[in-house]
Design a protein around this ligand. Structure first.
Ligand code: AVI
Length: 322
């Protein structure tokens, strides 16, 4: 997924964006790090494991909606259209759509990680021999060009997983405007969005009993040690995740268990006991509040489906640039 892997290559350089983000984030008050740096190889594997946990309802519920509503979703793919998936990663979800909508002639998976992209593209070419699979290596948060082969086709975007929730609402708005400009007037967009719900369910999803989410969060410090020569002692930081009901978001933090100094790339950062590094926000919307955000970004919300328990939503939007 592009948000996840966007920085992998850059971060490999000691003077890259990762180092800059870490130095500025650990110098800020409160301290923060960007969630996009979670997804090195270990982080991506831990995230895959999270999606299989019983408490992490997001993936199970989204798959349920996709399977149950596949025929209705398929109507948003006109004859001879191109499906553009933002941050494609594994192709588990798109396969449900492809199988339900034979009207899709071309599939454009967009991801920064070329390895995963090309591997999944090969498998899809084998399983859908009539489909033109045209992978694009790009950071989905930046403007990029679609392949010339799909220029004259109708376009439908696909952005599952509620990754849009990891953006601040104003960033989500800019992302939607940018994708609208790229997909064109009249284009559709199918987006997975996690819903506001009982705080107990939300807190359990981000504090799983097996401790996988804690490992995922702490891997950020391990990554800083590995790639930037940091000396974080992982045992002296703890995972914190809680629902902030005023801001409708799960916040993830790493809390220092004691007063300590940590070195990264020759700089020293002081931590007070209990001081945290804010590592991620995961915004939760109501069907109406997401529809309002889409409307404010130039998209008409035309349909929304939820799972039986009302935990997760999939929205269909149509771009109207007026
Ligand atoms: C990728 N993203 C939608 C996940 C989420 O739920 O916000 C990332 C995650 N963080 C902790 N668990 C999963």
């Amino acid at each position: 997924m592009a948000v996840r892997a966007a920085v992998r290559d850059e971060a490999a350089k000691p003077d890259g964006a990762f180092l800059r983000n870490v130095v500025s984030g650990l110098s800020a008050r409160p301290k923060r790090l960007s969630p996009k740096y979670f997804y090195d190889e270990t982080g991506a594997q831990l995230f895959e494991k999270i999606t299989t946990l019983p408490q992490y309802y997001l993936t199970h519920c989204e798959l349920q909606v996709l399977r149950e509503r596949a025929a209705e979703i398929a109507r948003f793919f006109p004859a001879n259209s191109a499906l553009v998936e933002f941050g494609s990663g594994s192709s588990r979800k798109v396969r449900i759509v492809l199988s339900a909508a034979p009207t899709i002639s071309a599939y454009v998976p967009v991801d920064i990680s070329s390895e995963m992209l090309n591997h999944e593209a090969e498998n899809l070419r084998r399983d859908y021999p009539c489909l033109n699979v045209l992978p694009v290596i790009a950071d989905i948060m930046q403007p990029f060009s679609l392949p010339a082969a799909v220029a004259d086709m109708a376009h439908t975007g696909f952005f599952p997983g509620s990754t849009i929730g990891n953006l601040e609402p104003h960033e989500a708005c800019s992302f939607l405007r940018q994708t609208g400009r790229m997909l064109g007037t009249g284009a559709s967009f199918i987006i997975g969005v996690d819903l506001v719900k009982d705080a107990k369910i939300l807190n359990a999803a981000y504090n799983d009993r097996a401790g996988v989410t804690a490992k995922f969060n702490l891997n950020l410090l391990a990554r800083i040690n590995r790639e930037l020569g940091g000396n974080f002692d992982l045992a002296s930081f703890s995972h914190q995740a809680f629902y902030n009901s005023e801001r409708h978001r799960i916040e993830m933090h790493l809390a220092s268990k004691k007063r300590q100094k940590v070195k990264v790339a020759g700089r020293t950062f002081d931590f007070r006991a209990g001081e945290t590094i804010h590592t991620e926000n995961s915004y939760k919307y109501s069907v109406e509040s997401f529809a309002a955000l889409a409307r404010g970004s130039g998209w008409d919300p035309v349909a929304a489906w939820t799972d039986a328990g009302g935990k997760f939503s999939i929205h269909a939007l149509v771009f109207d640039s007026r």
